[in-house]
Design a protein around this ligand. Structure first.
Ligand code: GDG
Length: 485
């Protein structure tokens, strides 16, 4: 279950609406499991005010949950993207707290929980994804105590001092604790969550295990799977909360990188940019968490100080359109585009554009060609759950070349230690690291890239989903939680 279904509506030749699976890492990872287990994907189809009947797309059973235009504004753009998103990303932008948005969030979460309760077989495994659906686990457990429920949070979970701003902080914790397994990107996120549970609920935690007291008056009390006695002698069910760092379909990126037409396209990109000595690349949704402004500031100052020249170095910035109906995102777009305009006005020449700025989404083939063309990849997120772009760049570099500059504030930095790690707030440090990346000798580039590739190729998205589902099914079989990986 995820907010958005992995399908897009397309019109066929005769103008009839049809559904096409939208390619993404999550679908790729789950498709084989979904097929073999007769799974169903529950989510919103992407069109407001429309009731779409269940259907099949690319071998996956799809069960749409409807959203009205008002719910889209309040539950999705409002509470999910303008309250939870900034709060969970360390309040880089100011979160808005509106009671109507919260009420809509509760209503929509209940609808999702009901949809799962309606379609799930007895004792089925339900895997709920992401911050839009944090209340679903408890709502679903109440409706269907027989189900095994997992939850994975794709974005960070903030430190208690920040999380505690949320007026509905207890309800969200209660919602999540309905799950048997709660997955986070980083060790730190799981730690922040456990701390919030202790502070707000006073529950005991032992490493990754949280003990949730059972109300013995509850008629369903006997149905819980993992029951233990807590320190006060009462009964408690246990919840496993730990990191399961997400990854990508690495083989797919490698295959694309080896295609002659895509390699030719990478060469062509370099020519189209006027054959600069070095190409630097940023690929992000246009989001304030991604540190695009910090990246541009560093590059602008390097040009200003004459430490790099527009003739020699081009920064390609793909900023794919995102959440354009949320005001903060509109403002961000204006700021970024003003900065790009200034830099180009000051430093571009007729033959060499300093910043090639692209406010578009591109097909994956073009992204891979860009990754292949990029001598230096810049990931300067101020806060990011994981950051798949960093992993995609590494998987693409079958030539074992290219330098990854990676923010410590992206979850990917826990694994990708051989990248050039940076603090994006430290502009001088960022500038020095960019110069170091541009000047790095081939031998060092290969040594680092080899080590990075080993990590990404071994820990791909199939392994990620298998390890989460394995933890969940072990719990379904009543294994003791401390035996979990
Ligand atoms: C959230 C968390 C976490 C971007 N522009 C284009 C395009 N993309 C693709 C990238 C990548 C994906 O979108 C973005 O993933 P990220 O991980 O970088 O960031 P979020 O969208 O913020 O994702 C994040 C992730 O969930 C998974 O758990 O890692 O921390 O914030 O795959 O390649 N793809 C194409 N054209 C584009 O223009 N085809």
């Amino acid at each position: 279950m995820s907010n958005r279904l992995p399908v897009d509506r397309v019109l066929d030749e005769s103008g009839n609406a049809d559904w096409r699976p939208s390619p993404g890492g999550l679908v790729a990872a789950l498709e084989p499991v979904m097929r073999s287990q007769d799974g169903v994907w529950i989510g919103w189809a992407g069109v407001a005010d429309e009731d779409v009947e269940p259907f099949e797309a690319g071998g996956i059973n799809i069960h749409p949950v409807p959203l009205s235009e008002q719910e889209l504004q309040e539950y999705y753009e409002g509470f999910s993207n303008d309250t939870l998103w900034p709060l969970y990303h360390d309040v880089i932008a100011q979160p808005s707290y509106h009671r109507e948005w919260w009420e809509s969030y509760v209503r929509v979460n209940r609808r999702f929980a009901q949809a799962a309760a309606d379609v799930a077989a007895k004792g089925a495994v339900v895997w709920v994804h992401d911050y839009q659906l944090q209340l679903v686990p408890a709502m679903l457990r109440e409706l269907r105590p027989d189900l095994v429920i997992g939850f994975f949070n794709h974005i960070p979970f903030p430190p208690y001092g920040i999380y505690s701003q949320l007026p509905w902080r207890r309800q969200i914790i209660d919602g999540l604790l309905g799950a048997d397994v709660i997955g986070f990107q980083r060790v730190a996120d799981a730690g922040n969550f456990s701390r919030a549970v202790r502070r707000l609920k006073g529950y005991e935690t032992r490493g990754p295990i949280i003990e949730v007291p059972i109300d013995t008056d509850d008629p369903e009390a006997g149905s819980h799977r993992h029951v233990t006695t807590d320190r006060r002698g009462g009964l408690a069910r246990t919840v496993l909360a730990r990191q399961f760092p997400i990854s990508i379909d690495a083989d797919q990126y490698q295959e694309l990188a080896r295609r002659p037409d895509i390699q030719a396209r990478a060469k062509e990109i370099r020519e189209e940019l006027g054959n600069p000595e070095k190409i630097m690349l940023g690929v992000d949704r246009l989001d304030y968490t991604k540190g695009i402004g910090h990246r541009l500031k560093a590059f602008g100052e390097l040009l200003e100080e004459g430490r790099v020249k527009a003739e020699d170095v081009t920064l390609v910035q793909v900023a794919s359109p995102s959440r354009e109906r949320v005001e903060t995102y509109r403002q961000l777009r204006d700021e970024i585009e003003l900065t790009v305009g200034r830099i180009n006005g000051d430093y571009s020449t007729l033959g060499h554009t300093a910043v090639a700025y692209l406010h578009h989404g591109y097909p994956r083939e073009e992204m891979v060609a860009l990754y292949l063309a990029a001598d230096v990849m810049l990931v300067t997120a101020l806060r990011d759950g994981m950051n798949l772009v960093a992993k995609e760049y590494v998987a693409t570099r079958v030539d074992e070349d290219g330098v990854l500059v990676l923010s410590e504030f992206a979850g990917a930095s826990d694994e990708l230690r051989q990248a050039l790690l940076i603090n994006p707030h430290d502009i001088e440090g960022l500038k020095d690291t960019v110069l170091q990346a541009l000047a790095m000798p081939k031998r060092d580039r290969t040594r680092r890239m080899r080590a990075l590739r080993k990590k990404v190729l071994t820990n791909d998205v199939a392994r990620w989903s298998a390890s989460f589902l394995d933890a969940l099914t072990r719990r379904a079989h009543g294994d003791h939680p401390l035996q979990d990986p």
